[in-house]
Design a protein around this ligand. Structure first.
Ligand SMILES: CC(=O)N[C@H]1[C@@H](OP(=O)(O)OP(=O)(O)OC[C@H]2O[C@@H](n3ccc(=O)[nH]c3=O)[C@H](O)[C@@H]2O)O[C@H](CO)[C@@H](O)[C@@H]1O
Ligand SMILES: C=C(OP(=O)(O)O)C(=O)O
Length: 460
């Protein structure tokens, strides 16, 4: 298993191009199941989660092509015994591993075509690797009237039930049974529009029910929908495919079902979590970094927290850039509370905690979304951080310096919080289990070393 080695102390200086968002690219790829025409996605990031989902979609019958550097479509999926598969080599390519002479920021362009659905079975092997795979349930039900999908996996940050997804499908007229770890869903006479009111905003349940409702018969109102920008990206995509969704960006989505959807071309929105992560890394090292290809309006709460910590944040919307600087000034402690969008995102909590480990005083991190998202605390402690846990709150007492140490990545965002701390720690930090990191950060070592970080991958 690969590890990341880094020696702290270098301020980050330069430009970091921000990739397309993992959490938007995944539902957009899944939306391809809703039509027999091609769905073209631009700005798709190179990540293992993209490869994992591509594998699953291929098994369901989706042909996947990539636009190569000569401007031609190259097929990544291979038909074997009447089924499509994605070979290991192609999966590694989608994940962005290995030397790639054609690499340039701006992501890949993929074309996904689900001419026919070959299978409505989403196997444990793939769904257990990644939360978003579970979202094939809605589109499969909508297009085929049945699906059996393994209960999902994803980052181990809490119990993460799927009751809201299932209640939503039942409201649309599906029958749901649970058998041997699988959700068996059927809608013999098709899905019917309905009122779906979530007891709490769930990103995944909103994606899933939205994709089911677009082909349902009649009008669906989704109340208390999540409002994350990745949901708006999906709703925009579905509308470009011929869906009728109103209320984009609000907590009430009204969907008038249509009989069929058609192909479209849609860009993946920028990754606000990746951008926030690098902003915190730049602040941590006392550097001067310009994030490019980024929309600051998508993560205002995080940028406000950085400003409150004494970091200079200059947004230039016309250029899609944000300049992050901290030259010599101490970091002020700032309390944060994670909440659904547009509040401070849970996916940036670990990174902000890493930053606060060197603040001048005590900062309180309250995690309200997931009940077990403090796994990074004990690893940050190995680097010399002082953090105490009190239920859903962590109190971080800033220290003057951190010291490098061997640490273990426990989930995606926890892993990158260790990178941020390691960049400022004295001496060497080696992070194991970096497969977590590869799920969601495109070419992290390249992006950071281009700005002066002493960081490299140790192949395992
Ligand atoms: C691939 C992806 O986009 N993942 C994101 C998505 O995860 P995900 O879609 O899993 O997160 P949700 O928004 O669904 O979860 C929010 C809360 O609702 C609870 N819940 C959710 C569904 C359900 O049926 N029942 C239930 O109780 C969860 O346990 C959690 O406490 O949103 C999270 C919250 O912004 C992010 O941290 C993840 O990065
Ligand atoms: C928690 C995350 O991913 P997942 O929902 O796939 O576990 C994340 O992206 O931070």
């Amino acid at each position: 298993m690969d590890r990341i080695r880094l020696t702290g102390g270098n301020p980050l200086n330069g430009e970091i191009p921000i990739s397309g968002a993992k959490n938007a690219a995944l539902p957009l790829m899944i939306a391809s199941l809703l039509t027999d025409e091609p769905l073209v996605l631009t700005n798709v990031p190179r990540l293992t989660d993209i490869a994992t989902l591509a594998r699953l979609l291929a098994e369901l019958g989706v042909e996947i092509e990539v636009l190569n550097s000569s401007g031609a479509w190259e097929t990544l999926t291979t038909p074997i015994e009447g089924r499509l598969t994605l070979a290991n080599e192609q999966a590694r390519r989608l994940a962005g591993f290995g030397p790639d002479a054609t690499y340039k920021p701006g992501g890949r362009t993929l074309r996904l075509t689900a001419r026919t659905i070959a299978s409505t079975h989403a196997d444990y092997d793939l769904v257990s690797k990644m939360r978003a795979s579970f979202w094939v349930l809605g589109p499969l039900l909508a297009r085929c009237g049945h699906a059996d999908v393994s209960l999902p996996g994803g980052c181990a940050i809490g119990t993460r039930p799927v009751d809201l997804h299932l209640q939503g499908m039942e409201k649309l007229g599906a029958t749901i049974e649970l058998d041997k770890g699988y959700v068996i869903a059927a809608a013999k006479d098709g899905l019917k529009g309905a009122e779906v009111r979530f007891s709490m905003p769930s990103v995944g349940a909103t994606h899933n029910v939205l994709m089911a409702a677009v082909l349902a018969d009649g009008v669906t109102r989704i109340e208390n929908a999540a409002r994350e920008p990745e949901i708006t990206n999906l709703a925009d995509c579905l509308n470009a495919m011929g869906a009728k969704i109103e209320g984009l960006g609000t907590s009430t989505l009204t969907v008038t079902g249509v009989e069929r959807l058609h192909g479209a071309e849609v860009a993946v929105v920028c990754d606000r979590i990746e951008a926030g992560t690098y902003a915190m890394a730049a602040a941590m090292t006392g550097g001067d970094v310009t994030l490019s290809g980024v929309d600051a309006s998508l993560f205002e709460a995080a940028l406000q927290a950085l400003t409150a910590a004494g970091v200079d944040v200059d947004v230039t919307p016309a250029d899609n850039t944000i300049r992050i600087r901290r030259n010599g000034t101490a970091l002020s402690p700032v309390d944060i509370v994670t909440q659904p969008y547009p509040a401070f995102p849970t996916d940036l909590q670990a990174q902000f905690m890493a930053l606060m480990t060197m603040a001048d005083g005590n900062a309180q991190m309250t995690e309200t979304i997931f009940e077990n998202r403090f796994m990074h605390v004990q690893e940050l402690a190995r680097l010399g951080a002082l953090i105490s846990l009190h239920g859903d709150r962590a109190i971080v007492s800033g220290v003057k310096s951190l010291r490098g140490a061997p640490v273990m990545a426990t989930d995606l965002r926890a892993s990158v919080s260790l990178v941020i701390a390691g960049l400022a720690a004295e001496g060497e930090t080696v992070i194991s289990r970096v497969y977590h990191l590869d799920r969601g950060f495109e070419r992290l070592e390249d992006k950071l070393s281009a700005c002066g970080a002493d960081i490299s991958r140790l192949p395992g």
